[in-house]
Design a protein around this ligand. Structure first.
Ligand code: GSH
Length: 219
């Protein structure tokens, strides 16, 4: 079975949701770099970055990086709806998955851990790094919303939420993104809320974010 290293309110929610969509059996090992429990050493042994989500496949292969994990699941389970069968639609989703990982998730890391990205140690310097990353993050989401314009009742990836919808909905929960796009890109904001409340998504998101205000990372 699959083993998902994850934690409540973290990026592992997207993979947990994707695993639900595949119907494949999985177990969750709860750990995170900010939650130093016994399982953290096991996570570090398979992912030296100590980042979640990290997924161990049934054959023991380890995958990290949300986008790679979601692509793997979409390709391994073609009937799950995570990736479209149509090549053009699929390419559009692959671009979006890498876009979010490269341009949005990366900014979250800077907002959460500014000390990793500067040699300055005073509070003002750290606050400046955090503020710059947050502004850049919001700009990257505006560009994403423009690249993937809302069309009717469609989700980003199609008629049902797919891998790209899951990653977009999770990574946009942090660092004030949802509040930002409510004003800057209201149609995109409404789409994210539709993803949150879709029956294939809501049960998992409800476990990770029992109330919308609880966001452990990138608050
Ligand atoms: N590039 C990774 C980033 C994953 C990531 O930053 N995960 C966060 C939790 S949402 C984490 O584990 N951070 C802990 C750390 O960096 O120490 C991905 O796209 O999955």
């Amino acid at each position: 079975m699959y083993t998902l290293f994850g934690f409540k309110g973290s990026g592992s929610a997207s993979v947990e949701c994707a695993l639900e969509m595949t119907g494949a059996p999985y177990r969750i090992v709860e750990t995170a770099s900010w939650e130093k429990n016994d399982a953290l050493a096991e996570l570090e042994s398979v992912n030296p970055l100590k980042q979640i989500p990290t997924l161990r496949l049934p054959d023991g292969t380890v995958l990290s990086e949300s986008a790679a994990i979601l692509m793997h699941l979409g390709l391994a389970f073609p009937d799950s709806g995570l990736l479209d069968a149509d090549a053009n639609e699929r390419d559009r989703a692959l671009r979006g998955l890498v876009y979010i990982a490269a341009n949005c998730y990366s900014c979250i890391t800077v907002v959460d851990y500014p000390e990793r990205f500067t040699t300055q140690t005073d509070d003002a310097a750290l606050a400046a790094v955090r503020a710059g990353a947050k502004a850049r993050l919001h700009a990257h989401w505006d560009i994403f919303a423009d690249l993937y314009p809302v069309t009717g009742e469609r989700f980003i990836a199609g008629l049902q939420p797919g891998a790209l919808d899951l990653l977009a909905a999770v990574v946009s929960k942090w660092s004030g993104t949802r509040q930002h796009v409510k004003t800057s890109r209201p149609a995109f904001s409404a789409l994210l809320e539709r993803i949150d409340s879709h029956p294939a998504v809501a049960p998992v998101f409800g476990r990770h974010w029992p109330t919308p205000a609880q966001t452990p990372t990138g608050a």
